[in-house]
Design a protein around this ligand. Structure first.
Ligand code: FHN
Length: 686
């Protein structure tokens, strides 16, 4: 009896100890993360697929044609109405092998497909809900078929999964217009459990998953703690998986990166944009549509050309990022022909030149006038891939500021790797190239150099103010210690006898500064030029009986940029004490036009900064001083203006479409801090 009790106890203890311990991956070492990220960093190029019920209406609803995957929200389609698409979704032409082959032949290394978008519809066989593909006439688990096709063809299979869910009753908030849809009993913890249950299905029934691409993390019910918990949950299901920063909060809008010091998943996600100078030291991936929509829109023919796409790929790789290029398949299960055409052209280029993209690292140059550069570390040398967009008509390609000894240079497309003549010119290396570019989109020159790149970038010239009333100060900087900066103040090219820059230079007249790096009497870098201008301030006015505030006119409407107010009748008008948008009736679909005067306290150079979501325009006098128009998240644009003491007419025109909204105008002068313009500086005159 006793032995049976002991063996039962032992079994129990064994079971408990075998139960997977939860690992906290937030504490993962850099070495472990680097190993996990390696395939993704080397891949550089992936396919995004947005496919779901929204392909059925294909962007159209009651005469409006600019919808796509957001159609339930943007067309305000009630749940029961939207659910009718379930009975219409029957992608009879779907063939997983064809899709994967199109991606593979285009040179893409991974596919990220929507397992669930914001509409909450499961594009996979889920036991958690009937709102999934198994309830459609199609009744096939397309994710299962795609995962098998990816495995067969050596493509890494990944999921996009939305945290935001417009269908599940436990998800909050509801859509702002779903006034009659009760929130009674909605329990966000139950939603999180539902979210995890579906993720468990995706991470245990579809093989090895490369990336979990979260999205829809921006609503106020999701938190950093939920994000960290979900990150660990997913990693504990598939420890080698990679997870983007949208698993948690804190992303900087479409710029896609998460603030310093905040938990940020494994990589940043710039959307529809490429970071101007990359994000040194960070992993990031720019995701982009091929036309103007993620989900299929049958009327959207505004496709990027293959040239644009391939040059974006080179630009992104030259900045150390990945490119996730989107396809929006049709409701019957095929890629739009325009997408297929581009994938084939991209694949043709990648077949010859993929070596210049895969497993490369960011360019060692700050910028190249004719194209981009990627690089690979070799043994004792570096292989530079020069992406030449603009072929030199004189057949001389200058690689500015390159201080290394050249081993050889040849065209990547030349199977014989015939070496091209290279000479060391002042300011860099010159390669004698053939008359014709091998590829009109992007010709790759392989340039092998000894050691690590020694780059003499053109010096950086800064002025304390590029326009000034009396005097400004010039500083010139460089990013290496081997050379010396020589400069001129008359616009001429510096020579070996020109002044050596040692300390900031003060100028009190309009001046053109030109600077170059010299070493051992030779020019080593390209040159930089900056013109600073002495200006006269626009005189201010004094006006009788001005009153505090600005005249405002508010208009209701759905715009994609600041409207032309001519012919429009305001829905509301009056006096605004500030720009706090206090007068708006709703949070979206409106425009406000403010007019009046700003009181400038003293002659000076003022930096005005206009921050808005969505677009805005600032006029000072009759001049458009800042154009911050268009659909965008919170974005600031600035301008330096020479303004005299007194009143200057001012006009701020602003619109908000949907989502967040904000408007703020700041000013600073001299070395002061940029501050919101006080209400005490705003006046109107009637
Ligand atoms: O709202 C989504 C949108 O539908 C699309 O999925 C993009 C792709 O990254 N992400 C969100 C918008 O930022």
């Amino acid at each position: 009896m006793k032995s049976r009790f002991l063996s039962a106890l032992l079994f129990m203890l064994l079971m408990v100890s075998c139960k997977q311990k939860t690992i906290d991956y937030l504490a993962e070492s850099k070495t472990d993360k680097d190993a996990r990220m390696e395939w993704w960093r080397e891949a550089r190029f992936g396919m995004f697929i947005h496919w779901g019920l929204y392909a059925v209406p294909a962007g159209e609803w009651k005469g409006q044609k600019n919808h796509a995957e957001w159609i339930r929200e943007s067309a305000q389609i009630p749940l029961e109405e939207y659910s009718k698409f379930v009975g219409q979704f029957n992608p009879v032409k779907f063939n997983a092998d064809d899709w994967v082959k199109l991606a593979k032949d285009a040179g893409m290394k991974y596919i990220v497909i929507t397992s669930k978008h914001h509409d909450g519809f499961g594009m996979f066989n889920s036991k958690q809900t009937d709102f999934d593909i198994m309830s459609t006439p199609f009744k096939r688990d397309v994710m299962k078929e795609l995962s098998k096709a990816c495995e067969k063809q050596g493509m890494t299979f990944c999921f996009y999964h939305s945290i935001m869910d417009w269908h599940n009753d436990n998800y909050l908030p509801r859509r702002s217009w779903e006034k009659t849809r009760s929130t009674e009993g909605a329990d966000f913890d139950k939603y999180r459990s539902y979210l995890k249950s579906q993720l468990k299905e995706l991470l245990t029934h579809y093989g090895k998953i490369g990336v979990l691409w979260f999205d829809g993390e921006w609503e106020n019910t999701w938190t950093s703690e939920y994000g960290k918990d979900l990150y660990n949950y997913v990693r504990n299901l598939q420890p080698g998986i990679i997870i983007n920063n949208r698993v948690t909060v804190g992303r900087s809008g479409m710029a896609g990166m998460t603030g310093e010091g905040e938990f940020s998943g494994d990589f940043g996600t710039p959307e529809q944009e490429i970071p101007a100078t990359g994000v040194p030291g960070a992993d990031w991936e720019s995701c982009m549509t091929m036309n103007d929509h993620w989900g299929y829109n049958k009327n959207d023919k505004n496709f990027k050309s293959s040239t644009e796409i391939l040059r974006m790929l080179a630009d992104i790789a030259s900045k150390g990022g990945n490119y996730l290029l989107n396809i929006g398949p049709t409701a019957d299960g095929v890629f739009p022909q325009e997408s297929i055409d581009r994938l084939k052209e991209i694949g043709k280029w990648m077949k010859t030149n993929g070596e210049a993209i895969y497993s490369t690292h960011a360019s060692p140059f700050k910028n190249l006038p004719w194209g981009r550069c990627t690089q690979k570390k070799m043994t004792g040398s570096t292989r530079l891939y020069l992406h030449v967009f603009d072929w030199p008509t004189n057949q001389k390609l200058l690689v500015p500021g390159l201080g290394n000894k050249v081993i050889r240079a040849y065209m990547l497309s030349d199977a014989n790797q015939e070496e091209m003549p290279v000479s060391t010119e002042s300011g860099g290396i010159t390669i004698q190239v053939p008359a014709q570019a091998p590829d009109i989109i992007n010709s790759i020159i392989v340039l092998d150099i000894e050691g690590d790149p020694a780059i003499y970038d053109a010096p950086e010239i800064k002025a304390s103010a590029e326009i000034f009333l009396d005097q400004t100060e010039i500083t010139i900087a460089k990013n290496e210690t081997l050379s010396e900066i020589r400069y001129t103040l008359d616009g001429s090219m510096p020579s070996v006898t020109s002044a050596v820059y040692t300390t900031p230079v003060k100028v009190s007249a309009t001046t053109t500064i030109t600077a170059v790096c010299f070493k051992d009497g030779k020019i080593m870098s390209g040159n930089t030029t900056l013109t600073v201008s002495k200006v006269t301030p626009v005189p201010g006015r004094t006006l009788p009986q001005v009153k505090p505030g600005l005249v405002f006119k508010l208009y209701h409407g759905d715009w994609d940029k600041v409207p032309d107010y001519n012919g429009l009748t305001p829905n509301l008008s009056g006096i605004a004490t500030d720009l706090s948008l206090a007068n708006k009736a709703a949070d979206e679909k409106f425009s406000i036009d403010y007019q009046g005067f700003i009181n400038i306290p003293a002659d000076g150079i003022y930096t005005l900064s206009l921050n808005s979501d969505d677009g805005s325009l600032l006029y000072l006098g009759e001049k458009l001083a800042i154009d911050n128009d268009g659909l965008h998240g919170p974005t600031t644009k600035s301008a330096d203006l020479a303004l005299g003491k007194g009143l200057h007419s001012i006009r701020i025109s602003y619109f908000e479409k949907s989502g967040g909204n904000c408007l703020e105008l700041k000013w600073k002068t001299g070395n002061g801090k940029s501050e919101p313009i006080p209400a005490s500086a705003l006046f109107y005159y009637r």
